[in-house]
Design a protein around this ligand. Structure first.
Ligand code: SF4
Length: 494
């Protein structure tokens, strides 16, 4: 690795504080070395090779990493004459001796798999033992792998559930289980959307499997949402709900954007300026709405709602307003492009809200209202600059019996699924034809059965059967409840 003469590492190191994205070349090399060492340490045996000549026959040198490994192992300098040729290299008269490369464990297992499931099971311990394991370890590992295989590739007649890879986790048995005693309402909404995604992301706290080249390279709508929410909270908490002038608002946006860039590792850091600019459009809308407000306001207010004895839900509202005429207005700001309802007529908007509550897409506003009595309103406020004014506010009233019925039914089903440990991946849309809408942009595709035709077929068959099945209890009932939120059984509600 050669340093750039115009900008050597010692200069780059000094510039880091003002140009955080400027790479220091020596640091990149150290990282590559660490990755190479990690790669070698991750397998019981590794074959290292290099191409000895290019297409024109010109000699190629082995990489410095390879030379170092040779030096450490063989205590001499690596040269082409000292190592055998791989068996697949084209033959030449002056070649040194050749070696047959031993099949890797993966190749041996693949060959074994061609013999069918029972032959695979019978010979698996032997293949595992041939790759550096004791007979006892090999037998134990073979048992485990065959059990995993039985779940991943079940017999054709086996129904979709229960299956660990389709989210059948079971009830809590360990005190450190990640399922919270009093879940957040937003957790139930995520559970309704895709239970498996919720389990991986929220309960297990797994980081999405993003390719390294994509980390931090894009601004997500959620980043803009974080800046907007951060600024709105600071205006209430630090400025007594008094909006700053234009320059002050720009400054607040810049501060919040920098915080999001840091916490989300967004690179290059200059994207923070773009983030701040995008947030300003949403905040201008919020400023106009706020100019009409009368009465007091608090930000980031938490509350809870009891669904049934021992079943508590928590929530956090972006704002709690107390209008002069009385009552309470609990607000959740949204930055999505589409409002909950495109309708203008109040009745149609109310029926869209009811549907969204019944499908657990809009539990938050209903929870706010139901926790604080008939005088309370839960409201979504959509701040996207391109949304029409009459579609911005979407209310759920604590006095609306339909809001109450739909909310308690949906929340009870979801709570049941949490307790029973039913987290099936959505895999298919309610019409059983298309892929679930959320799969396309899901960060957890790599850890999901999405794309596995066998698992999808089993899921669809189970859903077809459930269309006419009687309501069940326990784990099976929890699964039914989850799916029937989106796909009611034939002949009426579940
Ligand atoms: S890919 Fe689809 S089914 Fe799988 S976790 Fe994501 S949203 Fe759920």
């Amino acid at each position: 690795m050669r340093e750039e003469p115009l900008l050597p590492d010692r200069v780059r190191a000094r510039l880091i504080s003002v140009l955080p994205d400027l790479p220091v070349k020596a640091a990149a090399l150290a990282e590559e070395e660490a990755l190479f060492a990690g790669l070698l340490a991750s397998a019981p045996r590794a074959t290292l090779s290099w191409t000895r000549s290019d297409d024109e026959g010109k000699q190629r040198a082995p990489s410095p990493f390879l030379r170092r490994v040779w030096r450490e192992r063989a205590h001499s300098e690596l040269s082409a004459a000292k190592v055998p040729l791989a068996s697949f290299a084209p033959a030449r008269a002056s070649d040194p001796p050749r070696v047959e490369l031993a099949p890797t464990e993966t190749e041996a297992l693949a060959a074994l798999a061609r013999g069918g499931r029972s032959a695979f099971g019978a010979a698996l311990p032997e293949v595992l033992a041939a790759h550096g394991r004791t007979p006892q370890d090999s037998r134990a590992l073979a048992r485990t792998r065959l059990a995993v295989l039985a779940e991943l590739e079940p017999e054709r007649a086996r129904p979709a559930y229960p299956n660990a890879y389709l989210g059948s986790v079971g009830r809590r048995v360990h005190p450190a289980d990640g399922r919270a005693d009093a879940p957040w309402v937003s957790t139930l909404e995520a559970l309704a959307d895709c239970p498996w995604q919720m389990l991986l992301g929220r309960t297990l706290g797994l980081a999405p499997a993003l390719p390294v080249r994509d980390v931090g390279a894009v601004l997500e709508p959620a980043h803009v949402g974080s800046v907007v929410h951060g600024v709105l909270a600071r205006i209430v908490n630090q400025r007594g709900a008094q909006w700053p002038d234009e320059a002050g608002l720009r400054d607040l946006c810049a501060q919040e954007s920098r915080a999001v860039v840091r916490s989300e590792h967004i690179a290059p850091a200059g994207l923070g300026r773009l983030l701040a600019l995008r947030a300003q459009g949403f905040l201008e809308v919020a400023r106009r709405i706020d100019a009409l407000r009368e009465g007091s306001v608090r930000a980031e207010v938490e509350g809870q709602l009891e669904l049934a004895p021992g079943r508590v839900l928590r929530f956090r509202a972006d704002r709690l307003e107390s209008p002069l005429e009385g009552g309470e207005l609990w607000i959740d700001f949204k930055t999505s492009r589409r409002p909950l309802s495109d309708a203008v007529k109040p009745d149609t908007r109310a029926s869209h809200m009811h549907k969204a509550i019944g499908e657990a897409k809009a539990l938050q506003a209903a929870a706010y209202a139901l926790a604080h009595g008939p005088e309370a309103i839960g409201r979504y406020v959509f701040l996207h600059p391109l949304i029409d004014a009459e579609r911005r506010a979407q209310d759920a009233s604590g006095a609306d019996p339909e809001v109450r019925r739909l909310f308690f039914e949906a929340a009870a089903r979801l709570y049941e699924a949490l307790e029973e440990g039913a987290f099936p991946p959505r895999l298919v849309a309610a019409n059983l034809v298309h892929e679930h809408l959320g799969c396309k942009r899901c960060d957890y595709r790599a850890a999901c059965q999405v794309g596995d035709s066998g698992m999808r077929t089993r899921t669809v068959e189970w859903l077809r059967g459930d269309r006419h099945a009687a309501a069940q209890t326990g784990f099976a009932g929890a699964l039914q409840g989850l799916w029937r939120l989106k796909r009611p059984p034939a002949g009426g509600p579940a």
